[in-house]
Write a protein that binds this ligand. Sequence first.
Ligand code: GLN
Length: 237
Amino acid sequence: MAEPVRIGLVLPEVMGTYGDSGNAVVLRQRLRLRGLPAEIIPITLAEPVPESLDLYTLGGAEDRAQRLARRHLLAHPGLQRAAARGAPVLAVCAAMQVLGHWYETAAGERVEGLSLLDLTTSPQPERTIGEVVSQPLLPGLSQPLTGFENHRGGTVLGPGAQPLARVTQGAGNFTGSGLDGAVQGSVVGTYLHGPCLARNPELADWLLARVVGPLLPLEMAEVEVLRRERIRAPHRG
Ligand code: GLN
């Protein structure tokens, strides 16, 4: 049997708000349903980040937990080495902020990041909370992306990063930006919680295809129902 695809679930005890760890479960399941073996490798604060895994997911975090994660990721640069060889990385909310050059805390302190994404983050006047719908700008994706956001930080992209999507409902990177997320090489950042990949199967398959090659679509009625339900949700009164 082929070697299993190894999915790194990075620091779920500090970066896993709103069920973001479910992104790794979705990736594993979408491989298994296609007959491809896959396993999740949880990486905790008690160990270095391995650079040898096939792809990585990181979730959101509250401010203090975000700091712990960032310190660990800088001290053990396995994620940076994996990204440098093209391993896909999905970073949600706080994780996207940490993968930028720096982020500023609500108290005005500037914290150095990993510089895997050409972006910086500063506090917005108001926290942005609610459902987001966006139209992907990533070649190969056509279905609207949905998720929910809850962040104080507002993220500005530099020229090295492309936005993931154009926002049609909600704030995304910052109120008024009209954009969500960042893509740079194999690294994808987004403000979408959900978990994001359960709601947005095309994005899950985009990440997986970078590891295993082109994938045929999976026809899953319940995933399609969830996807459509979430697109309608923000329009409810
Ligand atoms: N603590 C960060 C912020 O408020 C990220 C929050 C999150 O990951 N949901 O901007």
